[in-house]
Design a protein around this ligand. Structure first.
Ligand SMILES: [Zn+2]
Length: 129
């Protein structure tokens, strides 16, 4: 079940030689993402503190003013979703890089299967390799 979800999120995993190799690559990719993840988490924490402070000030100044809370929640949720997508894209690039190091024919840019191509250019995205 978890494997299926991971393969849906990171389709590159099926290109690894074995499940173990895929799992190991995913772990490595996660450690490479450490700096990005920490930065994103810090940004979210600062944004949350800002939103909370803003709400507190509004609550103190205008006691019957609950309308903004939902907007702030929606904005935070949108931030989490956008950051998750950015992180996923970056991890997919790292996984494709690992695959290329294992001599798997895959376009690093878009993940297209480049096996048996005459030209050194991806037909899907045009990237040269
Ligand atoms: Zn491509």
């Amino acid at each position: 079940m978890i494997d299926a979800i991971q393969r849906a999120i990171f389709p590159e995993l099926i290109r690894f030689q074995s499940r173990v190799a895929g799992r190991r690559a995913l772990q490595l990719a996660r450690t490479e993402m450490l700096y990005t993840r920490r930065t994103l988490v810090r940004m979210l924490v600062f944004a949350s503190i800002g939103v909370a402070a803003d709400q507190l000030v509004k609550w103190l100044l205008v006691p019957k003013h609950p309308g903004m809370i939902y907007l702030a929640d929606a904005a935070l949720l949108a931030c989490v979703l956008i950051f998750s997508l950015l992180l996923r894209n970056e991890m997919r690039l790292v996984l494709r890089r690992y695959l290329r190091m294992d001599n798997v024919d895959i376009c690093i840019q878009c993940g297209y299967d480049t096996a048996g191509l005459d030209e050194a250019r991806c037909p899907e995205c045009g990237k040269q390799f």
